[in-house]
Design a protein around this ligand. Sequence first.
Ligand code: SF4
Length: 369
Amino acid sequence: MDLDRHDFQLDDLVEKIKQNDNRLIALQVPEGLKMQALEMMDEIETETSAKVVLAADPCYGACDLVHDKMKMMGVELVAHMGHSQMNIDSGMPTEFIDVRYDGDPELSPVLPLLNKHLALAKERISNQDSNKQLSEAEAQEKFLDAVGRMAPLTDTKLGLVGSIQHLHLLPEFNDRLEKAGFDVEIPIGGARLSFPGQVLGCNYSGDDPSIGHYLFLGSGDFHPIGLVLHTGKPLAMLDPYSGTAEEMSFERIERILRQRFGLIMSSQDSQSFGILIGEKPGQMRRTLALRMKRMLEKHGKKGYLLALEHIGPDLIDFYPVDAFVNTACPRIAIDDAVRYRKPLITPFELEVALGEKQWETGYMFDEIP
Ligand code: SF4
């Protein structure tokens, strides 16, 4: 990653600190940009009379805002960098700082993939048959199919999305793609998302039935995996850092679905569960956790509520329960399951394991609204 080409918009923050006459502020920086944190602290301390403390714990999203603990340290303002505001209140005054990357990749490497995916979306729209009654085996087969579960399409538009540091490219890419012959939609999601075209690892609420395939502007496969797992739609990725294009393969998604299927099957006979509740402000799903506990009790099983700020194998594996259900960041169960000795499943997967939800609904991604 070329750190020098990231633009940190510190001017507004400096103005705000001066206006408030803040004495102590906390800086919170995502993992990928921590290398530059000290440089930013220097800049803020030079430009203002505030002292800066770095909130140096891992930070993977705006769900993870510095909260009350820093109040005890005397912090008056939190500067949270590289993520956008969510529909949560951390209890601390927080200023969100934009980080933009100035790379502007060529469209041409991704065009063959987009044309292939458009053809796939058109084929699907003409083969839709949602009324078919499924046998149990067919329903389980559908569950494992990355795309078979997809809700009926009404159109084959290209959904244009990106990770936050590349969102400023979307309007320009919208025009370039329309000139290349695509009918483009920049999806607008729910309250957890601040900008059109934005996606989070736990929220793809902008998806709609008129979108037949996606282009993601960003790097890494974290968002692409979530989006394809959630929608079952073909997705091409264009990386602004390298200018390269690739697709998220359905084989990869089906491997994840087979793993989820295996974990559900192995949880079916579990008698006791640890129910994980995230303590981070934007991951706390207390009502869902309590619903899981009641559901387990209804089925004659035991559920223990475990609240944690960080979740990891060393912190939970030793509890004498048969399996865990995770209500904190949904990606812990999806992306890290192999690190745990016992099955770690999502709330939807527990519902399937207990027979409350049926296989034929297809896989449902655990989304935080
Ligand atoms: S995917 Fe997880 S870490 Fe990222 S915003 Fe959602 S809850 Fe937070």
